[in-house]
Design a protein around this ligand. Structure first.
Ligand SMILES: Nc1ncnc2c1ncn2[C@@H]1O[C@H](COP(=O)(O)OP(=O)(O)O)[C@@H](O)[C@H]1O
Ligand code: SF4
Ligand SMILES: [Mg+2]
Length: 362
């Protein structure tokens, strides 16, 4: 970690205990399970993963809203001690939060001015400075003319305006980091791009760190620095955006990229398969690599038994998959599957050939 590091997350685990009859332990949901990454000042990263992969749990922990089960978070050089509530509160106010559902995130009984004033009062910003900061934040998110918006209540704003207000509130304490949890997934398609572009502009203008979470890989280009692919509570691939888009390495990332609708009309029918199979159960995750029950390249005796560590086949491109073990003897390029359906078919054919050969035995 150097001076330029804003956030460092080490071996972070967030497990939720399940209770039977309210008191008996019935196991744990391993929502985040061994996550490592660093974010530099002013850097934007996108975390992509399907629903239930642990994205929100990871964000809530970074925000100080959920206590981790293990691992550590270092923010602006300070390692958070979760036993000290003052430190957790400090962390919470260092980071701006843009929630998924803007209407749910805004108190319905407060007007715009009051909503923006609240964090300033709590953080003891001088009254004479508050008014100026509120106006600046509204101008920044283009809720103008400011005087028209100050007295409005959340229900009087459109979905896009509500999310602009949430962004203004996230910015008002001038944080070094903004985390955004699927900020456009509940908005109309017509306003999604303008909200993402607004956030990108603010990130660049203020040299802010941003962690942007989405289940939609096609929106990563708006925060186009680094992308992490989350699968079953782990970051299975970490790379610069061009490397992920042009050369995804993890079979899950390859399947996700196959699932992006292609803008070329003749390709629309191709590459549409999502990874087949159920997302894993986080109470009893599959042993070994968590993707192995869905993986077309699964190697028996290895993938289903041993968890892959992170390998770095190209500088800065990390992947948790045994195919990239430099010591491995397996052939990486045995079959290039166009789609996951081809992969499934190939495995079924292989299995039928095995079954048939059993009958051939004397
Ligand atoms: N407070 C909680 N108590 C128990 N389980 C939880 C809690 N919060 C999240 N989970 C579980 O953790 C897993 C990951 O959830 P979440 O972090 O919301 O994923 P995502 O944001 O990727 O959809 C899910 O199985 C979810 O049910
Ligand atoms: S480790 Fe094995 S099962 Fe997991 S993604 Fe790689 S090849 Fe597939
Ligand atoms: Mg979520």
């Amino acid at each position: 970690m150097d001076n330029n590091t804003l956030l460092s997350v080490k071996d972070l685990r967030v497990w939720f205990e399940l209770k039977r009859w309210g008191f008996l332990s019935a196991g744990f949901v391993r929502a985040v399970d061994g996550v490592n990454f660093e974010l530099s000042k002013g850097q934007a990263i996108t975390i992509v993963g399907e629903s239930g992969s642990g994205k929100t749990s990871l964000l809530r922990t970074i925000l100080g809203l959920t206590e981790p089960t293990g691992g550590e978070i270092v923010f602006a050089g300070r390692q958070i001690d979760w036993r000290k509530s003052s430190e957790v509160t400090w962390l919470r106010w260092q980071i701006g939060f843009v929630q998924q559902d803007p209407y749910g995130a805004l108190p319905p009984f407060m007007n715009v001015e009051r909503i923006l004033r609240e964090p300033l009062i709590i953080n003891k910003v001088k009254p004479e400075e508050q008014r100026q900061r509120i106006r600046e934040a509204l101008e920044e998110v283009r809720l103008i003319p400011v005087d028209d918006f100050l007295t409005k209540f959340p229900h009087m704003l459109s979905g896009g305006q509500q999310q602009r207000l949430v962004v203004a509130r996230a910015l008002i304490l001038r944080p070094m980091l903004i985390v955004a949890d699927e900020p456009v997934s509940m908005l109309d398609a017509s306003v999604r791009v303008e909200i993402l572009e607004l956030m990108r502009k603010i990130q660049r203008d203020y040299h802010l760190g941003v962690i942007y979470i989405t289940h939609d890989l096609s929106s990563v280009r708006y925060f186009s620095e680094r992308v992490f692919i989350m699968y079953a509570a782990k970051l299975v691939e970490k790379a610069d955006v061009d490397d992920i888009v042009q050369n995804p390495l993890h079979p899950y990332a390859q399947a996700l990229l196959n699932a992006i609708p292609d803008p070329e009309p003749e390709n629309v029918a191709k590459f549409r398969d999502v990874p087949p199979g159920e997302p894993p159960n986080l109470i009893h995750p599959p042993p070994g690599c968590r993707f192995h029950p869905r993986c077309p390249h699964m190697m028996e005796g290895l993938c289903d038994e041993q968890e892959p560590p992170a390998f770095e086949p190209n500088p800065g491109h990390l992947v948790e998959c045994w195919l990239y073990d430099p010591q491995g003897s397996h052939e990486r390029s045995t079959t290039v599957f166009q789609t996951m359906a081809d992969a499934k078919l190939a495995r079924q054919e292989e299995q039928s050939a095995k079954d048939a050969s059993q009958y051939d035995k004397p």
